[in-house]
Design a protein around this ligand. Structure first.
Ligand SMILES: NC(=O)c1ccc[n+]([C@@H]2O[C@H](COP(=O)([O-])OP(=O)(O)OC[C@H]3O[C@@H](n4cnc5c(N)ncnc54)[C@H](O)[C@@H]3O)[C@@H](O)[C@H]2O)c1
Length: 253
């Protein structure tokens, strides 16, 4: 199929931040885009921006960690905007706490969204990919996979996503499906704002402190991740699979 074939992409957690930027970028690349987030109302802004720019978008409210809601959402995408062959597993939450204070619920919630959610979404979409003999699974990992203070739960989830990605790549490769992970460093979004709030630091100072550790001497923006996702979703990236691309302005966190 040529670069002009219209693909349908699903972006989870696409109502804001990195997911919204990816959704808009894939739409401007010419894909139909389904934005899944917890509440359908929250997807209205990004869906509206995509439509205003001449694209095709659908907003759906679903919890990626809920098997029935995932099945319903993927069916709606296939019925209303076409069989999904690009999946961006981006939905995420943080429940940071030091190990000695972390509750079982904080641990389970983070693993539930990132790992169970990734598994349920990818399992639900892979059939469409196999049928079309084309697929791109792109999952958001993080530099926190290498370990990060206060993030026992999140680092486990983000390291786990790297393992799942490599397994998807091995199992689905012969069907024209690639699977890769993007591991962002510090990206300015509501998530990093929430972290600054939790540690009691003004966001501007928090960004400055992060930038002082980043070789390219700036913070990351959602568009930096969207650009990488665009490459991994493209027709021409079919020989890149099972990889983790650190997008962190330098070689390490
Ligand atoms: N911001 C960063 O610096 C950074 C760095 C590395 C990795 N990441 C990862 O990138 C992804 C996006 O991060 P962000 O900064 O844009 O976060 P964000 O908090 O701004 O947005 C996350 C979105 O996911 C949605 N979401 C949460 N749980 C969900 C669920 N169960 N089902 C469906 N949607 C759900 C939220 O409603 C929200 O719209 C996450 O996976 C995050 O872990 C972010």
């Amino acid at each position: 199929m040529s670069e002009t074939t219209t693909r349908t992409a699903i972006v989870t957690g696409g109502a804001r931040g990195i997911g919204a930027a990816i959704a808009e970028r894939l739409a401007s690349d010419g894909m139909n885009v389904a934005v899944i987030d917890l509440r359908e109302d929250d997807t209205a802004d990004v869906v509206g921006r995509i439509r205003a720019a001449g694209g095709t978008a659908l907003g759906i409210g679903a919890d990626v960690a809920d098997e029935e809601q995932v099945a319903g959402a993927v069916q709606r995408v296939a019925d209303e905007v076409g069989a999904p062959t690009v999946l961006v597993n981006n939905a995420g939450v943080i429940r940071d706490n030091m190990l000695f204070k972390m509750t079982r619920d904080e641990f389970d919630t983070v693993l539930g969204v990132h790992l169970t959610g990734n598994f349920l979404m990818t399992r639900a979409v892979q059939g469409h990919m196999v049928e079309q003999k084309f697929g791109r699974v792109i999952s958001l990992s993080s530099t926190s996979a290498l370990g990060n203070r206060g993030q026992t739960n999140y680092s486990a989830a983000k390291a786990g996503i790297q393992g799942m990605t490599k397994t998807y790549a091995i199992e689905l490769g012969k069907f024209g499906v690639t699977a890769n992970a993007i591991a962002p460093g510090f990206i300015e979004t509501d998530m990093t704002k929430a972290t600054a709030e939790r540690v009691g630091v003004d966001f501007d100072d928090f960004v400055k402190a992060a930038v002082s550790q980043i070789p390219v001497a700036r913070s990351g923006k959602p568009e930096d991740i969207a650009h990488t996702a665009s490459f991994l979703a493209s027709e021409g990236s079919g020989f890149v699979s099972g990889q983790v691309i650190y997008v962190a302005g330098g070689p390490k966190a």
